[in-house]
Design a protein around this ligand. Structure first.
Ligand code: SF4
Length: 107
């Protein structure tokens, strides 16, 4: 099976598990895609319950335990500014240095 097929399959599986509210956060998430003054892209304290919940369920962390598998190297990540970006799985902000269990290499 090609990695592109795996990526598509993983995305579909993850999307099916997302609560409807997660999709509604697409627009709202874009306003959060900006580095905070302290350089932290994802401030858990300022996320709404849906955005916080999806990150927790996928074990998201702002700093990957293995730098070679961080968000910047993930196929679901789109960089924006200040080392931050948007995660397709979360439909919201992720830190380029971050990681979650849905990590998939860029093709
Ligand atoms: S590692 Fe997880 S949080 Fe980071 S971009 Fe990929 S899917 Fe999103």
């Amino acid at each position: 099976m090609e990695s592109k097929d795996i990526t598509r399959r993983v995305l579909l599986e993850r999307s099916a598990k997302l609560p409807f509210a997660g999709f509604l956060m697409l627009a709202a998430g874009s306003s959060q895609v900006k580095a905070a003054d302290d350089g932290v892209c994802v401030d858990f304290e300022n996320l709404d319950a849906g955005q916080r919940s999806i990150r927790q369920s996928l074990e998201y962390v702002n700093v990957a335990p293995d730098e070679s598998m961080n968000c910047e190297k993930c196929g679901f990540f789109t960089p924006t500014e200040g080392g931050c970006g948007s995660c397709l799985i979360f439909s919201g902000v992720a830190d380029g240095r971050g990681w979650c269990v849905s990590w998939s290499p860029k093709s």
